[in-house]
Design a protein around this ligand. Structure first.
Ligand code: DX5
Ligand code: ZN
Length: 223
């Protein structure tokens, strides 16, 4: 499994989203789109109409991270809108298995996300229902927070669960990923890295992606 970088447009200029997407498109594997509803998290960002427009405007596949209540109702719509990957939060979903299946049925990759304090073990048997497991390395809601090292042992345990099942499920980390933290996360076994402020806060966002990727490949050896 190759290392992948998914820059988060939460740290981009929302008035120029098409340009911001273009600035990273040759270098990024995905464009991470943080959907927040001010209920599941205390912040409000964007929804389906913007994802529909971004899908038409961006060359990079969209990695939609739904930090919303009732993802069971909403998630399939993001897949229909063209997202290449749709991730729901386990604790927000009433019927995660059904919803992950619906996402796949609509042609997208299905992701399941866990907050820092949520254990991974209860979801081990659901590995076959998902294409990506997202372990939050900050409490969700805002960009620019500090990477939580307390999540590192869980990343290792998740990697063991996946490897012991010979699973090809991707292991994504999101929050506080930077040149100072990406090596620890890669060593622990993550292979997909969301980076908001570390990419869009850089002078050269495309160069920042390449540098992060090189660090992760070196540390994780999964490239
Ligand atoms: C936080 C979001 C993240 C955020 C990451 O809740 O899910 O995707 O954009 O931003 P940084 O990389 O700045 O921590
Ligand atoms: Zn996110």
């Amino acid at each position: 499994m190759a290392i992948q970088i998914s820059p988060s447009i939460l740290s981009a200029d929302f008035a120029h989203l098409a340009d911001e997407a273009a600035a990273v498109s040759p270098n990024a594997d995905w464009l991470h789109v943080d959907v927040m509803d001010n209920h599941f998290v205390p912040n409000l960002t964007l929804g389906l109409p913007i994802v529909e427009s971004l899908y038409k405007a961006a060359d990079t596949p969209l990695d939609c991270h739904l930090m919303i209540e009732d993802p069971d109702s909403w998630a399939p719509g993001y897949a229909e809108a063209g997202a290449g990957s749709v991730t729901i939060h386990a604790k927000a979903a009433n019927a995660p298995v059904r919803t992950l299946r619906e996402i796949r049925k609509q042609g997208a990759r299905a992701g399941l996300a866990l907050n820092p304090a949520e254990p991974v073990e209860p979801y081990a048997d659901l590995v076959g229902e998902m294409d990506m497991l997202l372990l939050m390395t900050v409490e969700p809601g805002f960009g620019g927070q500090k990477f939580l090292d307390v999540v590192l042992p869980k990343i290792r345990r998740a990697r063991e669960i996946l490897d012991s099942r010979e699973s090809s499920v991707w292991l994504q980390v999101d929050g506080g990923v930077s040149d100072e933290t990406i090596e620890r996360a890669a060593e622990a076994g993550a292979d997909v890295f969301v980076a908001g402020s570390a990419v869009y806060g850089a002078q050269d966002p495309a160069g920042a992606i390449d540098a992060l990727r090189a660090q992760a490949v070196k540390a994780g050896g999964r490239g």
